[in-house]
Design a protein around this ligand. Structure first.
Ligand SMILES: O=C(O)CCC(=O)C(=O)O
Ligand SMILES: [Fe+2]
Length: 395
């Protein structure tokens, strides 16, 4: 099992196994760690501590390390020293694509970043209105989807069908006690992991819906390494550089997950409306893996989210331009990983077989993909694999 990180540690600059680069919390900060409740948590988040930037080695207030990294280290400790001035003095990242791509849906990035803990404070504010003290550390993350389960296949089918038809998952109400941990858990620019993003019950239901979808079945796939997969939503043809209409619509049983991303995710998700997703079923004993890749920079949008189910794993990020960097990130089951900014465009990501920590792991990757019915490049012509050798001859 991957050791699960406490994402709050990132707020204190604690050294994590993933980055190995952010300095360890001081005893003082540790002593301010919340014992209980939102007040203590809030107090901790506001401790004015500094961390060493893993890229430029400047001392930077821990509250804006994310912004500092995202601005390509342009946002200096000096310009952001004053509490509250961070958002004003920051620039957008250099990695932000400037193309005039037209997406059929809203794209994610808007007006720069906020301190990584701001969202937690927002969540706390919201929760403070509804919370009772006892709910802070108790109870399921979200109201359970199904209280009881029968084991027969027929019931499984019915559960899945019922979830879909009655939008049972979609009608889940968020319970105030869940607070996904948001933070720059890895020191990677634009990277977040939200632990416990879904409850165990939700995980079980989503897995059942994936496993028991009679129309869209798991199929072997070797595109990015061997695994089984399936997809929903619009279909990107990465070779022809066009998008095709969905063969399988985005399922109802994922709506609540997507809604939750907008509600409790970091600010880059505030307007995230995925129009496609692919699920991957990894089996460790079958040698499955995810080869290092970067999701298509033109066909898909600025933000990508991966929901982890059924097992823990470690994802490896590598960057070669502008200095080699390699960072391992733990992705616990039921967490949501957000890739935006630098990590989305400048890093490759992959999962080696020995970084799958259980026999099975399933992921769902959400994207906003371009509605593109003509090839991206003017004048481009698709040549099928079997005809490629004929380049230079009359086709
Ligand atoms: O399995 C994962 O978490 C990531 C999958 C992924 O990177 C992809 O489908 O592009
Ligand atoms: Fe990917």
């Amino acid at each position: 099992m991957a050791s699960r990180q406490c994402s709050l540690d990132s707020f204190y600059g604690k050294k994590t196994e993933e980055s190995g680069e952010v300095e360890r919390s001081t005893a003082k900060r540790k002593s301010a760690r919340p014992a209980n409740g939102s007040k203590a948590l809030r107090a901790c988040l506001e401790v004015n501590s500094f961390v060493t930037c893993p890229v430029c080695q400047q001392r930077v207030p821990h509250t804006i390390i994310n912004i500092h990294l995202d601005s390509g280290c342009e946002a200096s400790a000096g310009s952001i020293h004053q509490k509250g001035s961070a958002e004003v003095s920051l620039t957008r990242k250099s990695t932000e694509p400037t193309s005039s791509n037209k997406f059929g849906v809203h794209t994610g990035l808007k007006g720069g970043w906020r301190p990584s803990h701001q969202n937690v404070l927002d969540i706390l504010d919201e929760a403070d209105k509804a919370d009772t003290p006892d709910s802070l550390h108790a109870g399921p993350a979200y109201a359970p989807i199904h209280q009881e389960r029968e084991s027969s296949v027929q019931d499984d089918d019915e559960a899945c069908k019922a979830a879909s038809e009655s939008r049972q998952v979609g009608s889940l109400r968020k319970a105030p006690m869940l607070r996904p941990s948001v933070g720059a858990t890895s020191g990677l620019p634009g990277h977040f992991v939200l632990d416990n993003f879904i409850s165990e019950e939700e995980e079980a239901l989503i897995l059942r819906c994936l496993d028991e979808d009679p129309e869209n079945r798991w199929a072997f796939n070797s595109f990015n390494g061997n695994s089984r997969g399936k997809r929903y939503g619009v279909e990107c043809d990465l070779v022809r550089r066009i998008t095709k209409p969905p063969r399988f619509q985005m399922p109802d049983w994922l709506q609540v997950v997507m809604q939750r991303m907008r509600e409790v995710g970091p600010p880059v998700l505030a307007d995230f409306h995925p129009n496609e997703c692919n699920a991957i079923d990894y089996r460790r004993d079958e040698g499955h893996e995810l080869l290092a890749h970067c999701d298509d920079r033109q066909m898909s949008g600025d933000v990508i989210c991966n929901l982890s189910l059924a097992g823990d794993c470690k994802m490896t990020y590598t960057k070669e331009k502008g200095g080699f960097r390699k960072v391992d990130v733990s992705l616990p089951r039921r967490s949501l990983q957000v890739q935006a900014g630098g990590v989305r465009y400048d890093y490759m990501h992959g999962i080696t077989n020995d970084h799958l920590f259980s026999e099975r792991r399933v992921s769902i990757t959400f994207r906003e993909s371009k509605i593109q019915s003509r090839p991206l490049y003017e004048g481009a012509r698709y040549v099928s694999m079997k005809n490629r050798f004929k380049w230079g001859q009359k086709l």
